[in-house]
Design a binder for this molecule. Structure first.
Ligand SMILES: [Zn+2]
Ligand SMILES: [Zn+2]
Length: 653
């Protein structure tokens, strides 16, 4: 018989093969493809409009792997259509380096073995109530939002709802932003369940991946805690999905195959007809809108765990307490911080910029250091003694022949602060207190667990941190946060700037005062009139979100319209220009939607490639992806030109 086989490659349709085996949809098979062999899956439809007449090859063998369930196949088909990604590439996300793992030794599954454990985690009244609400209608697809102040114990609530499912023989998936996959979280899980979750992210070994892939397929693993790509794993009997920190922008995969893992998780839950819980202190605008429209149900936990107070906030007026030259901490701030240190509090200086200085130029020739491959300034990292490009990783030494100072080299000035510069200033003002930089340059290493422990033990008194610190860490003595420049962190080519700041603030303030002592967040700012800070710091984020949502509505921005970005890149600037306009004309002629651009992307050059952007805006009801897919298929790009499609873009860089 003839069988449609989808292969993990760039084609948008299955290939037709021949076989005498009795094959069902979803079965994994080995087939010849060109001169090689490939693993594919028996798909649920044949290629449409196939007029080619070629020799049909024979399937080599069927693999000993439980077949992919048809709901997942439907999900992958939908995923392709929604994100304008070839079906084969969606299958590639599901397979493990184009492999399906047949079997792994039993001993690998010891720690995952289900243990019936009665635990004595007591729930507060609010937690109980939320849990009851989560359990309503949880036999079928529904989206429930669990909103709760940071530190209010949302995790324990959803752990309970997962437990409920695995007790009935189902599997569970917890999605976390990559950055939140801490061993702390894993410990909490083991404490609660008595067995280990499978931890899935890009950094685990190939062998571990194989164990997890096979373990989910054969049902030996019950719960996965994973980053984005865990969504495509071969669950045998998935019963519930949790998306923790659902607002987190790192759910958007924005390189390679572009998709939003939170949105795709909702869709997978819908195809599997299972419940999904979105968890956040400050939901995203889209989620908030769906709560308003009653598409999603929701519960709230307002009190913090053990009634700990949310931090207060105070504004430090920089017009009054002027900053000295090359200084970023005001005299008033120093006074406040001293008070906290004397009280035994830990202090965090927050500045969302890695490195020492983002702007390095020469006093004589005035030339700025920028990346030769990207149109962006290089950031000086003093600890590494290097200038780094935060986009492509280009590194350079701080040495340059000066145009003006004919015989010598440039004399550099460092403008603008990064964590390293603040750290130097902190050491100057508080020489007797141990301080530490908390950024991805210092904390994402194996050795950093030692430092983490020192912070928890209150041995480190002062932290200087980027937004990395806002993600899920629990520092019991942190009772003072100084936000050095809230005005700075709102810059960016991003319609979500305000929303991001809100989430950042809530997460940040959620780090403080966790052990019950009163905590204060200080804002240094010049901008006293702006009501942003007062709206930001309101304990009810829905007030801010409502305001944002109205702004979006007024301006016809998402979630009220569908945005799709088309990004064209090429090494050849002139060719890119011509091609962008040719594509625009083609779209205008053939597509029913508003087409804006082309414009040079805000970061015009990345990794030596020039970039132009087009933006398609359409009514949400139009389902524009399908016609767009057909229109793009008819457009022949000239060589060296690359098109990236970003559906529901978050970043406009
Ligand atoms: Zn670069
Ligand atoms: Zn110079």
């Amino acid at each position: 018989m003839k069988v449609p086989i989808l292969l993990p490659n760039i084609f948008n349709y299955p290939f037709t093969y021949q076989s005498d085996l009795n094959l069902k949809v979803g079965e994994y098979v080995l087939v010849p493809f060109g001169k090689t062999k490939m693993i594919g899956v028996v798909w649920n439809h044949f290629e449409k409009n196939n007029q080619k007449n070629f020799h049909i090859k024979k399937i080599l063998k069927k693999l000993k792997v439980k077949r992919l369930n048809e709901n997942t196949i439907k999900f992958l088909n939908w995923f392709s259509q929604y994100n304008l990604i070839p079906k084969g590439m969606s299958l590639k996300l599901h397979l493990l380096s184009n492999e399906a793992v047949e079997e792994m030794p039993d001993k690998e599954y010891e720690s995952y073995k289900l243990i019936k454990k009665t635990n004595n985690f007591e729930l507060s009244e609010e937690q109980e109530k939320s849990l009851d609400e989560l359990k309503i209608k949880n036999k079928e697809f529904r989206v429930h939002v669990l909103q709760g102040t940071t530190g209010s114990g949302k995790t324990i609530v959803y752990f309970n709802s997962i437990k409920n499912k695995i007790d009935k023989g189902y599997q569970g998936l917890i999605l976390l932003p990559e950055i939140g996959l801490t061993s702390e979280f894993e410990k909490k899980f083991i404490d609660f369940f008595g067995f280990a979750p499978a931890i899935w992210h890009s950094g685990i070994t190939k062998k571990k991946k194989k164990i997890i892939w096979a373990g989910l397929n054969n049902g030996k693993i019950k719960v996965v805690i994973g980053a984005r790509s865990a969504l495509f794993l071969p669950f045998n009997k998935l019963g519930i999905i949790i998306v923790d920190e659902e607002h987190d922008q790192s759910y958007k995969q924005d390189e390679g195959v572009i998709y939003n893992a939170r949105d795709m998780a909702i869709s997978r839950a819908s195809f599997e007809n299972i419940p999904i819980d979105l968890v956040s202190a400050v939901p995203s605008i889209e989620t908030y809108e769906n709560i308003k429209k009653k598409k999603y149900s929701f519960s709230r936990i307002i009190k913090r765990y053990k009634n700990a107070q949310l931090p207060e906030h105070q504004i430090i007026d920089l017009n009054k307490y002027k900053l000295n030259n090359q200084s970023w901490i005001s005299s008033k701030t120093i006074e406040k911080v001293k008070y906290h240190l004397e009280n035994g509090d830990q202090v965090l200086f927050f500045i969302n910029r890695r490195g020492f200085s983002p702007y390095v130029f020469c006093k004589n020739c005035l030339k700025v250091y920028s990346c030769p491959h990207c149109s962006i300034n290089l950031v000086y990292h003093k600890n590494k003694k290097k200038l780094l490009c935060h986009y492509c990783g280009f590194a350079s030494n701080l040495k340059r022949k000066c145009d003006r100072n004919i015989s010598g080299s440039c004399k550099f000035t460092f403008s603008g602060p990064g964590v390293e510069k603040i750290s130097e200033e902190v050491k100057k003002f508080f020489p007797n207190h141990k301080s530490l930089i908390f950024s991805s340059d210092t904390m994402n290493k194996k050795s950093s667990s030692n430092d983490l422990q020192k912070i928890i033990n209150n041995e480190v008194k002062i932290l200087i941190g980027t937004q990395l610190i806002s993600k899920g860490y629990h520092f019991p003595n942190l009772n003072c946060i100084v936000v050095l420049d809230i005005d700075l962190s709102s810059l960016g080519h991003d319609l979500r700037g305000a929303e991001k700041n809100l989430q950042l603030y809530h997460q940040l303030s959620g780090r403080a005062g966790r052990a019950g002592k009163p905590a204060i967040v200080y804002f240094q700012t010049y901008n006293l009139k702006s009501d942003t800070i007062s709206r930001l710091t309101n304990s009810d984020p829905f007030i801010f979100l409502e305001n944002e949502l109205q702004l979006r509505k007024k301006n016809n921005l998402p979630p009220f319209e569908r945005f799709i970005s088309l990004i064209l890149t090429s090494k050849n600037e002139k060719k890119l220009e011509n091609e962008s306009y040719r594509l625009k004309r083609h779209l205008v002629k053939n597509l029913n939607g508003k087409i804006l651009g082309p414009i040079n992307a805000p970061i015009y050059k990345i990794r030596k490639n020039f970039r132009n952007r087009l933006l398609i805006r359409s009514k949400k009801t139009h389902k524009i992806q399908e016609p767009l897919g057909l229109v793009l298929k008819k457009f022949e790009f000239s060589s060296g030109m690359k098109l990236t499609v970003d559906v529901d873009p978050i970043s406009f860089n």
